[in-house]
Design a protein around this ligand. Structure first.
Ligand code: SAH
Length: 220
């Protein structure tokens, strides 16, 4: 094994505290979410040459044309999910694995799917090395969900979905929450969907965000 565990210095911790305070100022008030952001070292998800960008409140390229979401966006989606300890959570769009670790930090049992093989391979190796041994990573198309691991209490989609993925909705428990940026253009509307019955749900909209697209079928 040639993986060297990254270090979390006082400087990193200080930068993270400042970042979390900035996110609080922007309106995130759920203390559990803010604490999770303070606990998970975001620089562990960056290549070593880009560490100085890890504690800016900005998205950043992670390879394969994808990005690690802006910390504020991660906090916003996580707050909308109302994670409870033991929740079975499906994430679509593993990317760097950062969002998955935030959900695990909150006590969720996390299942996460990625369609880009290079990102999947990298994150699949990284997460256990960072100590996140309970997160289950999958290579595949998130539009199909994970039927053999259903039902889920929560679903978070971290790519721009052109429509509500019906197959995924059908894999949720009644009372479950899905948080998904909906829209096919440059920007999307953050949408919270509550499954109210076997074939019924309500939706609520939470403003404009910008994500990389959720792409159907092919895994690459
Ligand atoms: N949650 C990530 C953000 C990743 S960006 C993080 O914390 O870093 C969105 C990711 O969604 C990209 O890696 C992209 O490849 C992936 N993606 C896009 N369409 C997908 C699909 N249909 N199924 C699974 N992953 C998908």
């Amino acid at each position: 094994m040639n993986f060297r565990s990254p270090t979390d210095t006082f400087r990193h911790k200080g930068l993270r505290k400042k970042l979390v305070e900035a996110i609080r100022q922007k309106g995130i008030r759920d203390q559990a979410v803010l604490s999770a952001l303070e606990e998970v070292p975001r620089h562990f998800f960056f290549d070593s040459s880009f560490l100085e960008f890890a504690y800016e409140d900005k998205p950043f390229p992670i390879g394969a044309g994808q990005t690690i979401s802006q910390p504020y966006t991660v906090a916003f989606q996580t707050e909308l999910l109302s994670v409870k300890k033991g929740d079975r959570i499906l994430e679509i769009g593993t990317g760097s694995g950062y969002q998955a670790c935030i959900l695990a930090q909150l006590g969720g049992k996390v299942f996460t799917i990625e369609r880009q093989k290079t990102l999947f391979d990298k994150t699949h190796k990284l997460l256990p090395n960072l100590g996140y041994v309970t997160i289950k990573t999958f290579y595949g198309d998130g539009f199909k969900g994970l039927p053999s691991f259903a039902p889920f209490d929560k679903v978070v989609i971290t790519a721009a979905a052109p429509k509500i993925p019906g197959e995924v909705l059908s894999q949720m428990n009644t009372g479950g929450i899905m948080v998904v940026p909906l829209g096919e253009n440059d920007t999307q509307i953050m949408t919270k969907i509550v499954k109210t019955g076997e074939h019924a749900y309500t939706t609520e909209e939470f403003g404009v965000f910008r994500f990389v697209p959720m792409l159907e079928n092919k895994t690459v």
